[in-house]
Design a protein around this ligand. Structure first.
Ligand SMILES: [Ca+2]
Ligand SMILES: [Ca+2]
Length: 393
């Protein structure tokens, strides 16, 4: 009993000893801690990015938190230096910066991202745990004699399907020929008053030297059109298509996609993604366009174009769609020229977070290019070296 009393007094003394100011110390506030997303340029030389970690308010305690980088399409070791550390924010402060080394190269790349994660906060609760760092690339595209080429592996992605067109015959497990003149009920011409009839014959479509070759022939106009409907349908990813395009008045090559639900909701509600379209009287301009909305007056589209100093018929170029949740970005030779997001829908349903299939064709005539004339040289070919679909890991 005596020992217990002494212990009790000792506890009282101890707790009084902390209270030397005479008042009661308020409990320290527990602020919220966040890490802030940022864009950075890939400079010609290695550079330092300062990422900010912020508190919602200052506190009387030392705050600490673990910070680590996570590779995405930007990779530790080649695009930035991996970091895993603990930082402290001193009492009374509300901010600390974390230096991350951004590595330089002279390789043309599509803008890349990595993440910075905070965890294990002491004296704070985590509000925003993940920052996205976008590295913007300004390197020049490098061309070989036959044009531009992209890497067959892409950091941060898995290759989920590709057709390199290396075989003797078109892969029927991926592609279906669409045949005929497009007459459907009382409409003719594939919906755009086009003149061609599509065939599956070698004079119009064949594989040769690792390329898919679609050939447009003069009157009676014939060409080819292939689709992956019900065979290869994808949602989101990076899509690379390397192709050399035809030219001339009235020639209209296209590499494009339609929503797989087209038979249920019809066009354009299903969505259309034109990765590449070219009208042959402007053979140095590739167009990227999205279509959506309701049929008739509710039909919406938004496009942009990319111009070369040469014709797209002179060399191979790579048409890339970077397609993410709620956004799509069009590139030629890894240079961005068009972006569509959910902010662009004009109040209509955004159909692009859905599965789509591919279409490749060369049309002749039609509403946009008009008819061929005496300047048009036949035959005209679209040569496709590869189509590759990558999806984020
Ligand atoms: Ca670069
Ligand atoms: Ca090939």
């Amino acid at each position: 009993m005596k020992n217990n009393i002494i212990f009790f007094i000792a506890v009282l003394l101890c707790s009084c000893g902390d209270d030397s100011g005479g008042g009661v110390t308020p409990p320290a506030v527990v602020p919220e801690i966040s890490i802030i997303s940022k864009n950075v340029n890939e400079n010609p030389e290695t550079s330092e990015l300062l990422v900010e970690v912020t508190l919602s308010q200052s506190t009387t305690e030392m705050v600490s938190v673990n910070v680590e980088t996570i590779s995405k399409t930007a990779e530790a070791g080649s695009d930035f230096e991996s970091l895993s550390t603990t930082i402290e924010i001193a009492p009374g402060q509300t901010k600390q910066t974390v230096p991350i080394t951004i590595l330089a190269d002279d390789v043309k790349e599509i803008d890349e991202t990595f993440s910075v994660l905070i965890s294990g906060a002491v004296n704070a609760t985590i509000k925003f745990e993940m920052a996205t760092i976008l590295i913007k690339d300004f390197d020049e595209a490098v061309y070989t004699e036959d044009g531009y080429e992209t890497a067959s592996n892409q950091a941060g992605y898995n290759l989920v399907w590709s057709d390199e067109f290396d075989g003797e015959v078109l892969d029927a497990s991926s592609w279906t020929y669409e045949m005929g003149n497009g007459c459907n009920k009382d409409l003719c011409g594939w919906g755009n008053n086009e003149l061609q009839s599509y065939s599956d014959q070698p004079e119009n479509i064949k594989l040769e030297d690792g390329k898919l070759i679609i050939t447009a022939l003069e009157e009676p106009y014939t060409s080819a059109r292939i689709i992956t409907q019900d065979k290869r349908e994808y949602k989101w990813g990076r899509i690379d298509i390397r192709a050399k395009l035809p030219k001339g008045q009235g020639i209209w090559p296209a590499i494009w996609m339609l929503g797989e639900n087209i038979n249920e909701v019809s066009w354009p509600a299903c969505g259309e993604i034109d990765i590449m379209e070219l009208v042959g009287h402007t053979p140095n301009i590739s167009h990227g366009t999205a279509h959506w909305g309701n049929s008739g007056e509710g039909s919406q589209f938004q496009g942009s174009s990319f111009s070369l100093s040469q014709d797209f018929a002179d060399q191979y170029h790579v048409f890339t769609l970077l397609w993410k949740n709620n956004s799509m970005q069009w590139h030629v030779d890894e240079t961005l020229f068009h972006t569509i997001t959910t902010d662009n829908t004009q109040g209509f349903n955004y159909p692009f977070n859905n599965e789509f299939f591919f279409i490749m064709n060369v049309a002749i005539g039609g509403n946009w290019p008009g008819e061929p004339d005496e300047t048009t040289v036949f035959p005209q070919t679209m040569e496709v070296d590869y189509i590759r679909v990558f999806q984020e890991k």
